[in-house]
Design a protein around this ligand. Structure first.
Ligand SMILES: *Cc1c(COP(=O)(O)O)cnc(C)c1O
Length: 720
């Protein structure tokens, strides 16, 4: 028995062995690979699974467990006979096993005191639908990077039966949502069992009841992700619902989720025999975790103040929300009805407990805020970009009334993206050739990227052409399917984008969660200027994607009213709104677009990360100076909107919209379109390629997850 066997490792091995037993023996290495998401960022990993049964692979969203469970005997037999495929699987399995066996990186953290990362959502891969957007995808990227860097880190979250929702637009453009139930038995997951082989369970006092949860383990490379699940027979129907839906609308259930994540997260680690060196609360949802650490001390007779100090010394907190309304607050009555039992375990009176989530400690009317609790109960706090650090210090200055705003103890660690996940194979191959095959292990060093300048322009341009062509081919097919599925559309409309999109046309991407502040509507704010850009000898084509939150009717209206009716014709053939934006679609779009657009109303974009993914692929960023772009834009590595106001908010929103839309059109008309279509004798757009090179060199080393994790390790996790 290995040291980890009681932490679900044995259970994962058993699940892999059971799957291996159901497929031809030659495919056994694939069954083992299926239970560790490491394949998903191994070069050639996805292609290897896909080769087993390409159609089935797409149907099951790239879930390798389902692929091997559901492929027909004939397809499995065919794959087992494919000696090249088997050889690839064997060498990948060997290499991944060797990587897992590597010792942990030396550093501040002993492997037996790992960082415990707690988050309400994880965007690891399209086949694991337990994320809603940027927060989850960032968390997924951080786990992968920790695996690559051999950092001792474990992650805790919730397993939602209805996690990510699917989006459909109807013929009027209105968004409808549907959920597909996630069957945990078909995920690359295993239920963690104890010595007797019984499911390991923990219990948390919620709403006056002891709510039980089982624990699933999913491996993200070397990093185990433990997911709590309240759907167990011991619980009432209501309590089984707690982990049913990600960001459920009902506030009581939402707070119950936070209790399960924070309190239950620590209890799960204890049940697994893990003693975290640092607890990292990634956003306020997990903010009850340090109180559970304090409760442990309370149970041992330590006074509350000392217990909280001790918990605080082990906790760090990252805030991601620059809007006051985005930070959940609960009326005192509701907070106590959900958490009163836990307050009792802490041996606190209701008022003492509520004070932990209040800015004005002894105001009995103030609600209970989870961000306030997170800030109060952690020794270090940070925002997720330089700009967001400033915004967060202003937002929470009232918690430190004695300090000037610059001295509010909230720092920043700017987000970064996981390069192997987001860089398309063609781009990665190019950099492997030109920067040296081990360049990714040095990705956070600026000098690693110097050799980008030596890449022949034509070679880089050829990669860009190939990536765009791949995307355009996919958009052509996808747009027909999407439009037909809306029902009641003329065939001509259904095929319009497939006919109008061209592989050599300048391709602009806008894809993100559709919230009002992201200002999708700026794209078509002035039809007189927008229309000519879609037409003529040097046109552009536009790919749009994004989901509105199911309860955000304003955002749904934005999608519905995106195009003025007068534009219908041109828009249908040069603009595609692709439905159901997710992790997999994001990867396609950031790779194939030429320009990535972001139009938030400053200062509401905490960071943004999709533009970083785009930049890694040689797609140029065109954005309002907000979030990460305010610290990244240098005048030559893309284009900035709001340069004159330095990204500061304008009091008159309407005037700001008009000004920013006008800048957007001017940049497209005067700089972007002409630069893209200007070619030399060889057909290469030289000025464009120069800009891409500069973008890679300036953005590549700074906005990746390696740099981010180094910052967390050195500046946040390490106790000062
Ligand atoms: C990267 C990513 C996001 C976050 O991107 P933003 O720039 O913050 O909009 C959201 N959703 C998915 C699926 C992503 O891959």
């Amino acid at each position: 028995m290995t040291e980890d066997s009681g932490r679900g490792e044995r259970d994962l091995e058993r699940a892999a062995a059971a799957l291996a037993g159901r497929v031809p023996p030659a495919l056994a290495p694939l069954a083992k690979l299926a239970f560790d998401y490491r394949w998903s960022w191994w070069p050639g990993g996805p292609e290897t699974f896909r080769a087993v049964d390409p159609h089935r692979w797409d149907l099951c969203s790239g879930n390798p467990v389902r692929l091997l469970q559901e492929s027909s005997d004939a397809m499995l037999a065919r794959a087992a006979d494919d000696s090249a495929l088997i050889a690839r699987a064997v060498s990948m399995a060997d290499a991944i096993a060797a990587e897992r066996a590597r010792p942990f990186a030396p550093g501040a953290f002993a492997p037996d005191r790992p960082v415990a990362f707690l988050c309400a959502e994880y965007g690891v891969h399209g086949s694991l639908p337990i994320y809603a957007g940027g927060l989850g995808v960032l968390a997924g990227d951080l786990l992968k990077e920790a695996s690559d860097r051999a950092l001792p880190l474990v992650a805790v979250g919730l397993l939602y039966r209805h996690g990510s929702f699917h989006q459909r637009l109807d013929p009027s453009g209105w968004q409808h949502e549907y959920w597909v139930e996630t069957d945990a038995e078909r995920l690359p997951a295993a239920r963690v069992t104890d010595e007797e082989g019984e499911p390991l369970q923990i219990s948390v006092p919620i709403c006056g009841r002891a709510v039980a949860a089982q624990i699933w383990r999913i491996d993200v490379g070397r990093v185990p992700l433990f997911l709590l699940d309240s759907d167990v027979p011991d619980n009432t129907r209501v309590d089984r619902w707690i982990t049913s839906r990600l960001y459920v609308g009902d506030r009581e259930t939402r707070l119950a989720q936070y209790a399960l994540l924070g309190i239950g997260g620590i209890r799960a680690l204890r049940a697994l025999g893990i003693d975290p060196g640092v607890v990292h609360l990634n956003e306020g949802h997990a903010a009850l975790a340090p109180l559970e650490l304090a409760r442990e001390q309370r149970a041992a007779g330590v006074p509350f103040a000392a217990a909280l100090d001790d918990a605080r010394a082990r906790t760090v907190f990252t805030t991601h929300t620059p809007v006051a309304a985005g930070n959940d607050r609960y009326e005192p009555g509701l907070a106590l009805s959900v958490l009163g039992g836990f307050a009792g375990e802490l041996q606190l009176t209701p008022d003492e407990f509520l004070a932990l989530g209040r800015v004005r400690r002894d105001d009995p009317h103030e609600s209970f805020g989870i961000t306030v609790l997170g800030l109060h109960a952690s020794r270090a706090a940070n925002g997720v970009s330089r700009r967001h650090g400033e915004v967060a210090r202003e937002m929470w200055a009232s918690l430190w009334p004695d300090r000037p705003v610059e001295a509010v103890p909230i720092a920043h660690v700017t987000n970064g993206v996981h390069i192997p996940t987001w860089m398309a194979p063609a781009m990665r191959d190019l950099l492997d050739r030109r920067l040296g095959s081990d360049w990714n292990s040095r990705a956070a060093d600026a000098s690693t990227w110097d050799a980008v300048d030596e890449i022949p322009d034509a070679e880089l341009w050829a990669v860009r052409q190939a990536l765009r062509r791949e995307l355009v081919g996919w958009v052509q097919e996808q747009s027909i399917d999407d439009r037909l599925a809306r029902g009641a559309v003329p065939r001509e409309y259904a095929e319009a984008a497939a006919r109008g999109f061209a592989p050599d046309t300048l391709t602009i991407g806008f894809a993100r969660r559709i919230a009002t502040y992201k200002r999708l509507y700026l794209l078509f704010r002035d039809p007189q200027r927008a229309l000519p850009l879609l037409d003529g000898a040097t046109p552009l084509q536009l790919v749009i994607a994004g989901k509105a939150h199911p309860e955000d009717d304003d955002a749904k209206r934005l999608v519905q009213q995106l195009f003025p009716a007068a534009m219908a014709q041109q828009v249908a053939s040069r603009v595609a709104y692709l439905e159901d934006y997710d992790h997999a679609m994001a990867a396609r779009l950031v790779a194939g677009c030429d320009v990535w657009v972001n139009l938030p109303r400053p200062p509401l974009e905490a960071s943004g990360t999709s533009g970083m993914k785009a930049a890694l692929n040689g797609c140029l960023h065109l954005s309002v100076l907000d979030g990460w772009w305010q610290e990244a834009f240098d005048g030559r590595n893309g284009w900035g909107i709001g340069v004159e106001s330095a990204g500061n908010p304008a009091p008159d929103a309407e005037a700001q919209d008009a000004r920013d839309a006008s800048t957007l059109y001017s940049l497209l008309e005067r700089e972007i379109v002409p630069a893209f279509y200007e070619r030399d004798e060889a057909g290469v757009s030289r000025a464009w390629v120069q800009r891409i090179k500069h973008s890679l060199r300036s953005i590549g080393p700074r906005f990746n997850a390696s740099r981010m994790l180094r910052d967390y390790s050195e500046m946040v996790y390490r106790a000062r």
